[in-house]
Design a protein around this ligand. Structure first.
Ligand SMILES: [Zn+2]
Length: 567
């Protein structure tokens, strides 16, 4: 419970642990700190960027200006609710009218030096509301390119230092030269806010044992993020805490592993497995061997549900598209789990193995997987009540994805039982002298010819920082052993290793294209009783102080929406 209480404390302090929040980052920090203090593993963090957000509280702004009613609806909540028209944003002159509901993106996310002056800057932004920094070329030039690329609406970002919203006329010098899509100009602060929302950085933490065959790696994964609506202690503080404690206990055994173990703490699972997809994609892009070297994956997502079942992923039901290797290996892993539960005389059943948690990107790449699950929103049947006790017709986890998913929502007994089974199977796999023989008793099938879809709905650049840290010299709470009754042999434990803290940054950047965010930005721009001159009038007449080419003059100090990807 130590780790669960720590995650609860973080959620309390930062109002949740959802993706791209301070609370999530604090969760990451906690995991890294514990790993550094109690293990000698190589610790690596993958940063990836997500372009979409889950809604928290829908907010919207609407304003009628210059004959155009503009409504900016931001379903990701946050400070957008407080934005003021005419101060934080304005309608650009000659804005098109329309009603737009589309994902928020940002031009600068697609390249390191993108100003929206090249067609390529807009190439992947069709059907989005795209934020673009000012500068580099005329607003009108950008608008023409954006419209041609199918962008749904444009948000022109001001320099961060500018407190006033951008307001320029966006049209060519000849009559009739204007675009038809809605356009807003933003203040510097609004620009930064929206850019951060479009960008949001996520982490996945990877801790790798120093011993064990690297070409027979056992990956053990859990997602560390929560939904926005609650602290996510069962979903998935339970799996993460188990994973973290397992990492500590394995280190404490000081055994030579037969096979390398990689402990993975994913971000952004709740946004569509973004963290696990980003990890697999990262390996595909930078080190395909490292991906091929993963022999199998164990996933722990929700293992302490209050009205629990004892679920084991039904590996033997793996869909044919994942290939024979996944089917054979996942069946073996399933049997390892069920054998252990049977040995402990604990009732259990098989649960869906359909890729809807972080093991999904792994089986899609031919990696056998398995895991445990104590149930979410589905209601318990009478038969299950007879097997496990509990409340029939009530959800396995009545607090699933809700504010009440706190430490109070944890069933400590089933958590201990699941942790025992999880640790047992993990240890069998880590210590197997011939892991291939264990996983594939009838011979190791080849990989499917088509590599699996690693990522489909994430992200832009991925950077890696490797940190190797020595154990001990600790200030954090001692690792508890409460939830662990590991089946592993107990070897002597000594804690005398000297601490070597080296931080070697080895950035390996790759760029993938953005795709399909799930949340929406809505811009409604409907023509109202017009006071604006029809767009056929010469734009220079429409605004005497701001000619359409004013934009380029601000290039020099335009930093607002420049890609501020921190390293
Ligand atoms: Zn989950």
């Amino acid at each position: 419970m130590t780790h669960l209480n720590a995650l609860q404390d973080i959620a309390n302090e930062y109002e949740g642990r959802r993706t791209a929040s301070t609370g999530f980052n604090a969760s990451v920090d906690y995991v890294i700190k514990v790993l550094r203090n109690y293990t000698d593993y190589d610790i690596e963090t993958i940063f990836f960027e997500v372009n979409d957000y889950l809604p928290i509280t829908p907010g919207s702004l609407s304003v009628e200006m210059d004959g155009v009613a503009v409504e900016l609806q931001a379903k990701f909540g946050s400070d957008l609710d407080n934005l003021q028209p005419h101060i934080d944003f304005e309608t650009m002159g000659f804005s098109g009218s329309g009603n737009v509901s589309a994902p928020l993106t940002a031009v600068a996310l697609t390249g390191t030096d993108a100003w929206g002056c090249d067609a390529a800057d807009w190439a992947s932004l069709a059907d989005t509301v795209a934020l673009v920094p000012r500068g580099g070329c005329a607003f009108y030039a950008k608008a023409v390119l954006a419209e041609a690329a199918g962008v749904a609406a444009i948000l022109f970002g001001n320099n961060v230092s500018e407190t006033e919203a951008l307001r320029y006329t966006v049209a060519g010098s000849e009559p009739g030269q204007y675009v038809n899509i809605p356009m807003l100009g933003l203040s510097g602060a609004t620009t930064q806010l929206l850019f951060d929302l479009a960008k949001a950085t996520q982490d996945t933490v990877i801790a790798t044992t120093k011993t064990g065959r690297p070409d027979r790696a056992v990956a053990i994964g859990s997602h560390l993020d929560s939904v926005p609506f609650g602290p996510g202690i069962n979903d998935n503080g339970s799996g993460s805490s188990f994973n973290l404690e397992l990492a500590i206990q394995f280190a404490a055994k000081r055994v030579e592993f037969a096979n390398q173990v990689r402990f993975l703490f994913f971000g952004a699972e709740e946004l569509g497995l973004l963290g696990s997809k980003a990890y697999v994609q990262h390996l595909q892009d930078t080190n395909i061997e490292s991906l091929r070297n993963i022999s199998c994956m164990l996933n722990f997502d929700m293992i302490a549900s209050p009205n629990f079942i004892r679920g084991v992923y039904n590996g033997s039901s793996a869909a044919p598209e994942y290939g024979q290797r996944v089917l054979d290996g996942s069946t073996v892993i399933e049997n390892l789990f069920t054998d252990r539960l049977e040995a402990k005389k604990l009732a259990h059943e098989l649960t869906d193995f359909d890729g809807r948690s972080d093991y999904g990107p792994f089986i899609a790449n031919g990696i056998p997987s398995g895991g445990l699950f104590t149930g979410a929103e589905v209601t318990k049947t009478i038969e299950q009540r007879n097997m496990y006790g509990g409340v029939p017709y009530a959800a396995y986890d009545p607090c699933y994805h809700q504010a009440c998913d706190t430490v109070e929502n944890i069933n400590q007994k089933v958590l201990a039982e699941m942790a025992d089974a999880g640790a047992y199977v993990a240890f069998q796999l880590a210590m197997a002298k011939d892991l291939d023989a264990l996983l594939f008793p009838e011979g190791k099938p080849g990989l499917p010819t088509t590599p699996g879809p690693a990522t489909t709905s994430t992200s832009t650049s991925i950077k890696t920082t490797t940190t190797t840290a020595g154990p001990a010299t600790s200030t954090t709470a001692a690792p508890t052993t409460t939830t662990m009754t590991t089946a592993a042999p107990t070897t002597t434990t000594t804690t005398t290793t000297t601490a070597t803290t080296t931080t070697t940054a080895a950035p390996a950047t790759t760029t993938t294209t953005t795709a399909a965010p799930t949340t929406m930005t809505t811009i409604t721009a409907a023509p109202t009783t017009s006071t604006t001159a029809a767009p056929t009038a010469s734009p220079t007449a429409a605004s005497s102080t701001h000619s359409p080419t004013d934009a380029s003059s601000s290039t020099a100090n335009s930093t607002a929406a420049a890609p501020s990807t921190s390293t």
